[in-house]
Design a protein around this ligand. Structure first.
Ligand SMILES: Nc1ncnc2c1ncn2[C@@H]1O[C@H](COP(=O)(O)OP(=O)(O)OP(=O)(O)O)[C@@H](O)[C@H]1O
Ligand SMILES: Cc1cn([C@H]2C[C@H](O)[C@@H](COP(=O)(O)O)O2)c(=O)[nH]c1=O
Length: 210
């Protein structure tokens, strides 16, 4: 664990599952309990991240996978590690879990994806939110436009299958994975149980709460 350097928490799951909603709630809860948080996301807000966000209509497959991995290593070096060194609780909306799903939907095989991502730092907790394809489609339909991954017809079911496989795969790589149903369980209940896990990890690190 990275606990002597703060805590690193990732929040992942299919498009529209509720990552940013839960992230906002989690940050509020942790801040109100006296923790210093650092909220971040992938693609990052750097030039590489902006490039990744704009890339999906032009670049695909292994090329897009490498752009996402490049942005991730930049993220680790320039945002995640500096914030962990300041003992913050770093919360990232998407991380390597996303590549193990989105790049697979884009026909890149798992071995290649892992090969270019295997040197990432392991989060203290990797939260994966899931919901049924119907619910995901309903939530996404509320939006006016969609990305390549959101528009792809079979994407919802593929995303769910690949997230389940990613959870299993990452556990074997030593990740502490926490899979949650974000369909029938409320935003409040889920963010409460994630907060509890984070506080438990913090206390286990021997730092105490303040
Ligand atoms: N547990 C929940 N129950 C019901 N609705 C939820 C729940 N969690 C999130 N939502 C709703 O789902 C919708 C999508 O949420 P959000 O934008 O946070 O998803 P996201 O995973 O961040 O999406 P994207 O990956 O596309 O950015 C929002 O309208 C949000 O209010
Ligand atoms: C982290 C990550 C991102 N992408 C691409 C796929 C989408 O174009 C965006 C995700 O944007 P959102 O606003 O979070 O929906 O980035 C990718 O291909 N692989 C990745 O690992």
């Amino acid at each position: 664990m990275n606990t002597s350097y703060g805590l690193f928490i990732t929040l992942d799951g299919p498009n529209g599952v509720g990552k940013s909603t839960i992230m906002g709630d989690l940050c509020k809860k942790l801040t109100s309990q006296g923790f210093e948080t650092y909220k971040t996301r992938e693609p990052t807000d750097s030039l590489i991240g902006d490039f990744l966000r704009k890339s999906e209509e032009k670049y695909r497959g292994k090329t897009l996978a490498c752009i996402a991995a490049t942005d991730r290593y930049y993220h680790i070096e320039h945002e995640i590690l500096p914030a962990l060194q300041k003992k913050k609780i770093v919360l990232s909306d998407r991380y390597v879990e996303s590549s193990l799903v989105l790049q697979r939907i884009d026909d890149v095989d798992l071995e290649f994806i892992w090969e270019i991502n295997k040197n990432v730092i392991i989060p203290d907790l990797s939260v994966i939110l899931l919901a049924s394809p119907d619910t995901l489609n309903k939530r996404l339909n509320l939006r006016s436009d969609g990305s390549f991954f959101e528009r792809k017809k079979t994407a919802r079911k593929d995303e769910l299958d690949y997230y389940r496989q990613a959870a299993e795969f990452l556990e074997k790589q030593g990740f502490n994975v926490y899979v949650l149903d974000n369909e029938s369980t409320s935003i409040e209940e889920n963010s409460e149980s994630i907060t509890k896990r984070i506080v438990d990890l913090y206390n286990q690190s021997g730092e105490g709460l303040t």
